[in-house]
Design a protein around this ligand. Sequence first.
Ligand code: SAH
Length: 248
Amino acid sequence: MDKGYVWLVGAGPGDAALITVKGLDCIRQVQVLIHDRLVSTELLAEAPADCLIINVGKNPDHHPVPQSQINTLLVKYAREGKRVVRLKGGDPYVFGRGGEEAEELAKAGLPFDVVPGISSAIGGLAYAGIPVTHRDYASAFHIVTGHQCDGNEPQDWRALANVPGTLVVLMGMTRLHEICRQLIEGGKAASTAAAVVMYASQPRQRVVTGTLATLHAEAERAGLHAPALIVIGEVVNLRALLARSSYE
Ligand code: SAH
């Protein structure tokens, strides 16, 4: 039997229309589609009627499928000769463990390809009217995780307080207060503009703005929670002029 093929496809931040032409093409030809929770149902509807669709994401009633099992599924279906799409939110290689899945496939000697997607860290901010760079306000940006993995070095927020440019934090909502506090302690001005963008590029998108000192309280008052982007830097002020989303 022929070996199958796996495409690691980035679905973009949420708006189904933000997938690439190549990504959509993969979905339309797939036999097994393995997707995360944040992926739009409109995209799943593009798969052929006889496609096996497997949700490996977290939802309120089910625990997420452990990464080792996701890897096993990818290898299993590819070995069976299937065309497999692993559909992931944003870009497959921006957090979300796409690199680990690719490693697993490479080690198993299975053919695979990566179809990049628009990361929420950039495209999601755009939908909130926040350009990640701007000649007058930010000539660099840093995308970091707020989530502490077992065995990993903790994120050095004090050091990040001193790097110029925009700071975008993914997976940081449960530690929002601590992150803001440590950035201030590290020397970032408490008055630095900051925002939380929840469900970016989706009809339920919500944005709260403030400063490093106030963001946590503002976000809590508004009831914002994951999935959300935390963005810190002067570019946040541009939102007052640039917010365009028809959702808001
Ligand atoms: N690969 C993805 C990121 C995966 S990590 C990407 O490139 O966007 C998951 C985290 O991404 C979430 O906890 C959240 O911080 C962020 N995220 C993903 N999609 C989002 C969205 N539509 N709105 C806000 N945050 C989002």
